[in-house]
Design a protein around this ligand. Structure first.
Ligand code: ADP
Ligand code: TPW
Ligand code: MG
Length: 579
């Protein structure tokens, strides 16, 4: 029994061993292998955080709950265990909720645990301290939401939350713990018995034989097959089998952003640098843990070539994902580990490699695109453009393939995704399905904490601002995080003006800002660089030293384009106002 409150009455011969809500929650989490909590302290969970730390759980305290929530979410993605975020009531809860919704959208397992106010007062709306009906608000924004009212139910409540987060399609779970619960007392032995260790939290989901046959038949009939790897495939941690499936089948593959590195981007079968050709000209597409959402143009339209030219095989644990945008000719419902091993067993003696002209057309397009890009990456200009600066960072990652790359911004994101090759699975963490800004520091912190590996966060200056205060957290925990700010003085560009001349343009920031000074304020290393060579040296030093570092990389304010790669999603005004 790890944590027991003794009744203080020393004269009581029958002194009963007691436990309480605080200790039961900690014991329940520990029993289920939770070793880290990301959060922000305050009423009613301040003591809970202290006690959890005292009991050996690592408690990482942030400056804002959204960043703690993002940290928990990406910890879930990296480990396949739910990441835990701990917040106070109403405002702290709401700050964490954005991260919970984002985790759910991205299929990352996480649990947001928030303290809450007195149920009796909240339900009568009598104005309690930080009053809010948090359970009701969380429900539509996550996969499941639970509240525990009795200490004896803590074990089952924590177990339900864990199972809900990781089974089936992973996602965010809300666990509401009212203040009163923490000091509820019960018999220690009964408390220990009430805890539940979740057995087989994410059970295998084996695909049906007919579904596997259908998929294999379709793949065999293909003249121009393509495999698209999504972040579900990265999450599944079936790395060896996925690689074997791609290599044995000989089919070209295209990684979605966070699936980069499942097979190295430099792999001969990678179609990464021939994305448009691969999507347009393929005839049978195997989707492995990737949804046909906006990031894949919903599986239709110009991107996908002639209407009706495509047949899809989709591997996903979520049956409802099938036919979400277009017809799926061969749905393969199951967990990726099980499905891939079933497919692999069928890539046998009579398997024929895809037609050589298809493989060759991808290869030649890819080589041409890589050759076109190469000179841009070598440009050593000052101020830098995106390509020159990213050329330097590409070399840093090539030399340190086990480092984790965190990436957000618009141009900074889209260009880094294309330019920086990844070599190992789950090393690229970014804005995900929503293209959300603000994941940067939360992801970087959790990546460092969970992996112990150096982290390189490549951040647009705007993107960084959403979570920038966490540089203090990075310094406080002395994490091996190197942040590079692509400082082009604004959102997309630094050149906007207010047509009336009154204010700064809506997308620009203070000119020539020195973000590196922020890091120095907290004892970290700050560096200002104006050339790709200096950037390369500064990042290499930071990665070697492991010291918290922020590099302000001065980028030409005119170099970026509106919204990076996705400018076409902006609605256009058709009205011209006469002045
Ligand atoms: P990307 O953005 O990389 O294209 P998505 O987030 O759109 O990827 O898709 C990931 C998909 O992977 C989701 O539909 C999710 O249900 C699925 N998924 C997640 N984990 C597994 C797993 N272990 N087995 C099968 N499918 C999974
Ligand atoms: C939560 C909208 C998309 S990209 C971006 C914003 C504000 C910043 C782009 O500027 P940055 O990058 O980071 O300096 P660069 O290299 O192009 O100059 N709020 C949220 N999420 C999103 N996506 C936005 C706003 C947005
Ligand atoms: Mg910018």
């Amino acid at each position: 029994m790890s944590a027991v409150a003794q009744r203080i009455d020393a004269n009581d011969a029958e002194a009963q061993e007691l436990t309480d809500g605080f200790h039961l929650v900690i014991d329940a989490l520990k029993l289920n292998g939770v070793d880290t909590i990301y959060g922000v302290p305050g009423i009613p969970i301040t003591d809970f955080g202290r006690m959890a730390q005292a009991e050996g759980i690592r408690v990482i305290s942030f400056r804002h709950e959204q960043n703690a929530g993002n940290a928990a979410a990406i910890a879930g993605f990296l480990t396949k265990k739910p990441g835990i975020c701990l917040t106070v009531s109403a405002p702290g809860f709401l700050n964490g909720l954005t991260a919970l919704a984002n985790a759910t959208t991205n299929c990352f397992p996480m649990i947001l645990i928030s303290g809450s106010s007195e149920r009796e007062i909240v339900d009568l709306q009598q104005g309690d301290y930080e009053e809010m009906d948090q359970l009701a608000i969380a429900k539509p924004l996550c996969k499941a939401a639970f509240r525990v009212l009795h200490a004896a139910d803590i074990g089952i409540g924590v177990a339900r939350a864990i199972r809900a987060a990781v089974s089936g399609r992973p996602g965010g779970v809300y666990l509401d713990l009212p203040a009163k619960l923490f000091s509820q007392v019960m018999d220690a032995a009964a408390g220990e018995k009430s805890l539940v260790k979740v057995i087989d939290a994410a059970p295998e989901q084996i695909p049906g034989t007919k579904a596997v046959d259908r998929a294999i038949d379709l793949l065999k009939s293909a003249k121009r097959p393509l495999i698209i790897l999504g972040k579900g495939a990265a999450y599944a941690q079936a790395d060896d089998d996925i690689r074997a499936l791609v290599e044995k089948s000989g089919i070209p593959f295209l990684p979605m952003s966070m699936a980069k590195g499942l097979l190295p981007d430099t792999h001969p079968q990678s179609a990464g640098a021939a994305r448009s050709t691969a999507l347009k000209d393929s005839d049978v597409v195997l989707l492995l843990g990737a949804r046909l959402n906006w990031l894949l143009s919903h599986g239709k339209g110009k991107t996908w070539g002639e209407p009706g030219s495509k047949k899809f095989i989709q591997v996903d644990i979520e049956p409802k994902e099938m036919d979400s945008n277009v017809e799926i000719a061969a749905p393969l419902v199951g967990d990726i580990g099980s499905v891939v091993s079933a497919l692999l067993a069928r890539i046998d003696g009579d398997w024929q490699a895809p037609p050589a002209d298809w493989v060759e057309s991808i290869r030649s397009k890819k080589e041409a695109n890589i050759a076109k890009m190469a000179p841009k990456l070598l440009k050593n200009s000052s101020p830098m453009d995106f390509h020159g600066a990213l050329g330097a960072l590409k070399n840093v990652i090539k030399e340190r393939p086990d480092a984790i790359l965190v990436n957000e911004g618009a141009n900074t994101l889209d260009l880094a995704r294309g330019i920086i090759d990844m070599y190992q699975p789950r090393k690229r963490l970014d804005v995900g399905t929503w293209g959300v800004m603000g994941i940067g520091m939360g992801f970087a912190i959790a990546a460092a904490v969970e992996s112990g590996k150096p982290v390189l966060a490549v951040e647009g200056d705007s993107a960084f601002g959403f979570s920038g205060m966490e540089v203090e957290t990075i310094c406080r925990y002395n994490l091996p995080v190197c942040i590079v700010i692509f400082n082009n003085n604004g959102i997309y560009r630094g050149t906007d003006t207010d047509p009336t001349g009154r204010d700064p343009g809506t997308t620009v920031f203070v000119k020539d800002s020195r973000y590196d000074k922020m890091m120095e304020a907290f004892g970290g290393v700050g560096v200002n660089v104006t050339t790709p060579d200096a950037l390369y040296r500064a990042v290499s030093d930071a990665m070697d030293s492991g010291k918290p570092t922020l590099i302000n990389a001065v980028i030409d304010p005119a170099a970026g384009s509106e919204s990076g790669n996705i400018g076409s999603l902006n609605p256009q005004s058709v009205v011209v106002r006469k002045k």
